[in-house]
Design a protein around this ligand. Structure first.
Ligand code: NAD
Ligand code: GLY
Length: 360
């Protein structure tokens, strides 16, 4: 097992990464301060891992709430099922909410923990590649709104993240690729060497080679932990973690939440950011082509969906959380491993990038 730390002073917490962690009851129990816990999971993950997780909680009062599965259920209405369960079961302020599942479950359980009785303890047990490399770490929680992705939420850090890599054995291939999108993101934003490693090891990741997956998860979590420690509430550097996301969130919303997976939309969004950076003369042809090649190699889409329009993109991108005082900041690239957050582009640059992607 590897243990990394998100350094946030007295709110610092460990990220445990390794095989058979759901078989180690102490790992979970030592991070539960009280005598009760609510497991939040969904109808796909429950039959696979709920019993195992519950058996780690022997001696504690524990219940489970099983949500419907899917991005389209990541909303305030379904969130209420978690509050219902917490209240019906008389869970008090010292209870621990355990998120067992992918990023949707993690974001919803996290927001419930942040808001129930103004905050109860939270532990993340991520079971998708995407949630193990990204969403379970760093404390962003929340739900979608019909008019914008992840628009309602809170920063709320967990007490621990337990990433059992064995859970990835049951993950569908399409979800594996979606997770790889966020892994590629770390290379593109700040780690050219890791990007090179990914170019050489993509076939191993796609065939789920355990060592390759472990290395990719460790580097990703360490990168995210460093960024979050430097800028927990995204007043600066953390915005880099949104590379491809402004385009991607627009795609997710326009297509109907869940039609395109989050990682797929981020994949296409990173290609759009790369070609916009290239067309502005910021990123070389070579680095742009390498970016597109790696994203395609990961079996991710690289172009915007044909059913979208430039107007739709611009409309949805204008509600992005990186809009400050009415100005949309984008994450663009000066090269592989050299991303920047900037408003130094023209509307023409943006229009051209969207039009090119729609026409491809
Ligand atoms: P997801 O939670 O929808 O999970 C993907 C699918 O895999 C679901 O059908 C799920 O039930 C299933 N699943 C989960 N674990 C499984 C397993 N071990 N075996 C088989 N099936 C399994 O999607 P995701 O990709 O994990 O997360 C995407 C969400 O995360 C989006 O809502 C996105 O906005 C959010 N996100 C949040 C952050 C953050 O910092 N909080 C970062 C990135 C993404
Ligand atoms: N996934 C973006 C962030 O956590 O900041």
């Amino acid at each position: 097992m590897t243990t990394l730390t998100v350094e946030l002073g007295e709110r610092s917490y460990p990220i445990y990464i390794g095989s058979d962690l759901l078989g180690q009851a102490d790992l979970l129990k030592k991070h539960i301060p009280g005598n009760s816990a609510l497991i939040v999971t969904n109808e796909t993950v429950a039959p696979l891992y709920l019993e195992k997780t519950q058996s780690m909680l022997s001696g504690l009062k524990n219940e489970a709430v099983i949500l419907p599965d899917g991005e389209k259920y990541k909303n305030l209405e379904v969130l209420n099922q978690i509050y219902d369960s917490l209240l019906r079961n008389r869970f008090d302020r010292n209870t621990t909410v355990i998120a067992l599942g992918g990023g949707v479950v993690g974001d919803m359980a996290g927001f419930a923990a942040a808001s129930y009785q103004r905050g109860v303890h939270l532990i993340q047990i991520p079971t998708t590649l995407l949630s193990q490399v990204d969403s379970s770490v760093g404390g962003k929680t929340g739900v979608n709104h019909a008019l914008g992705k992840n628009m309602i939420g809170a920063f709320y850090q967990p007490k621990a993240v337990i990433a059992d890599t064995d859970t990835l054995d049951t993950l569908p291939d399409r979800e594996l690729s979606a997770g790889i999108a966020e892994i590629i993101k770390y290379g593109l934003i700040c780690n050219a060497e890791f990007f090179g490693w990914l170019e050489n090891n993509m076939p191993s990741l796609l065939t789920r080679d355990k060592d390759a997956l472990l290395h990719a998860i460790e580097v990703s979590c360490q990168t995210k932990a460093d960024v979050v420690a430097a800028d927990e509430r995204e007043s600066g550097k953390r915005a880099l973690l949104n590379l491809g996301h402004t385009f991607g969130h627009a795609i997710e919303n326009a297509m109907g939440y869940g039609e395109w997976l989050h990682g797929e939309a981020v994949g296409a969004g990173m290609c759009m950011a790369a070609s916009m950076s290239n067309q502005m003369g910021w990123m070389s042809d070579e680095d742009t082509q390498k970016t597109i090649n790696l994203i395609e190699q990961a079996k991710l889409p690289c172009n915007a969906p044909k059913s979208m329009t430039t107007e739709k993109f611009l409309d949805l991108m204008s509600v992005d959380k990186k809009v400050l005082d009415g100005v949309l900041r984008l994450v663009l690239m000066k090269g592989i491993g050299q991303s920047i957050v900037t408003d130094d582009y023209t509307l023409d640059d943006l229009n051209q990038a969207i039009n090119l992607s729609l026409a491809a």
